[in-house]
Design a binder for this molecule. Structure first.
Ligand SMILES: Cc1cc2nc3c(=O)[nH]c(=O)nc-3n(C[C@H](O)[C@H](O)[C@H](O)COP(=O)(O)O)c2cc1C
Ligand code: SF4
Ligand code: SF4
Length: 404
């Protein structure tokens, strides 16, 4: 396969598009060395800061998002920092990580400071000189940091963000990327300010802000105390697909996607929306570094099935389908539900959902399911109710449109 899985970010070559995100697995040179040995193309250190007194770790720092199981919904964390200071990282961990991971490993160093641009400039200088391939400015941490004028406090203020980025770029000898939060009320404005002030790339998203559930038997929260936490895992996918599409589509930015990646389908979705690489945290924390093996194998086989396309050739290929509702031709939305009676078991699960929440146009008579096409709105609800995938939506127009 020409080109294979090779990619690049801000001009930095990547032997594959898989990078470990800033999180506990990258909290030491040893962890980063392990990730390189497992086959990851790069890793981003846990966020480092010159002012560790601002980063307070609470326990428990990790909680499952409950109900459907933590792998399926995600994880909440309020984990803020590594046990080592930025000075210690620059003196030993970054050089050791560089040495054990090898020269072609993409070593991102994540830094976070407060609103003083000078602090960002100094940290950027020190970390880039210590051996980073690129710097990742964390202006997107949603918990613990904003109340200290850090994290999303900066990312949600495009003016301040621009000053911080300019300062970091002036201190850094390597490319600078900015890590954003998909939930920001000014995502595109912040990204625009970052690029205008020298950022070479964008990383999206950090965790989204959230609260853990209460334990109703104890009458108190499950995690004590209840503070804002960061939600990660597959629940981030829908919001972050949109964010990545906007950053790469509207701004044409070099984007690395992070949020909810656990399998090949997530990787390919992000790539089609313009991401040149993906980062992974939660899935690695639950399934281990060996996840890289299945990501490589399954992305490769999906690309091969699509006529030997290389990873690079699919980057951005889905953006032409992302548009606004007002710009969509009506014929894309002219659909009716249709049943495959070879599959249908006549369980009737679709009948009440359509009757109670849609057009009430499904009936069962003479051992057959009937759908009144004149009334069906093509909303798609019944497809979700069917346990055996016997329903689909058929496009009714003559012009281009999709069956679902
Ligand atoms: C326990 C934990 C700690 C994290 N620490 C950091 C951090 O120090 N800096 C940072 O930029 N992002 C941090 N993140 C966010 C991840 O890098 C990533 O952006 C987010 O978890 C979404 O990716 P995922 O769904 O693959 O976990 C952390 C995430 C988790 C779960
Ligand atoms: S698509 Fe909507 S309206 Fe049509 S049959 Fe299904 S639930 Fe009813
Ligand atoms: S839910 Fe599916 S299997 Fe059950 S009656 Fe409807 S179409 Fe048939």
């Amino acid at each position: 396969m020409k080109g294979g899985l090779r990619s690049s970010f801000m001009g930095i070559p990547l032997k594959n598009p898989f990078v470990l995100a800033s999180a506990p697995p990258t909290g030491s040179a040893r962890g980063i060395g392990r990730s390189a040995a497992s086959g990851w193309a790069g890793a981003v250190t846990k966020t480092l800061t010159r002012m560790p007194q601002y980063a307070r770790n609470l326990t428990p720092s990790l909680l499952p998002a409950r109900n459907l199981g933590w792998q399926r919904i995600g994880m909440l964390n309020n984990e803020l920092r590594t046990p080592m200071t930025l000075a210690e990282w620059c003196a030993s961990e970054i050089p050791r990580a560089r040495q054990s991971a090898g020269a072609d490993f993409c070593l991102g160093v994540s830094i976070m400071e407060g609103p003083s641009p000078r602090d960002w400039e100094i940290s950027a200088r020190d970390c880039s000189e210590a051996g980073a391939s690129y710097l990742e400015l964390n202006v997107s941490c949603p918990h613990g940091a904003p109340e200290k004028f850090r994290g999303t406090f900066i990312g949600d203020d495009p003016g301040l963000l621009g000053e911080v980025v300019r300062a970091a770029c002036s201190g850094s000898a390597v490319p600078v990327a900015v890590k954003l939060n998909a939930s920001s009320h000014c995502l595109v404005e912040a990204a625009t300010a970052a690029i205008a002030n020298g950022a070479g790339g964008l990383v999206c998203t950090n965790t989204l802000p959230g609260l853990p559930p209460f334990d109703h038997l104890l009458g108190r929260p499950e995690g004590v105390p209840v503070t804002p936490m960061g939600l990660s895992g597959s629940s981030l996918l829908p919001m972050n697909r949109l964010a990545v599409a906007r950053l790469s589509g509207e701004l044409g930015a070099d984007v690395m996607a992070v949020g909810g990646v656990s399998g090949a389908a997530d990787v390919i979705d992000y790539a089609m929306l313009g991401a040149r690489a993906v980062q992974v945290a939660t899935a690695v924390m639950s399934r281990g570094l060996k996840l890289i093996t299945s990501l490589e194998r399954n992305v490769t086989s999906r690309l091969a099935a699509a006529e030997d396309a290389s990873f690079g050739s699919i980057v951005g290929s889905g953006l032409r389908w992302v548009t606004s509702a007002s710009q969509c031709p009506d014929e894309w939305f002219t659909r009716t539900a249709e049943v495959d009676m070879m599959r249908c078991t006549l369980c009737r699960a679709c009948v009440p959902v359509c009757a109670e929440s849609a057009a009430s146009c499904i009936s069962v008579a003479d051992d057959a399911l009937k759908i009144d096409e004149d009334r069906c709105t093509g909303c798609g609800l019944c497809l979700m109710a069917c346990p055996v995938d016997a329903l689909h939506l058929r496009n009714l127009s003559d012009t281009e449109g999709f069956d679902v």
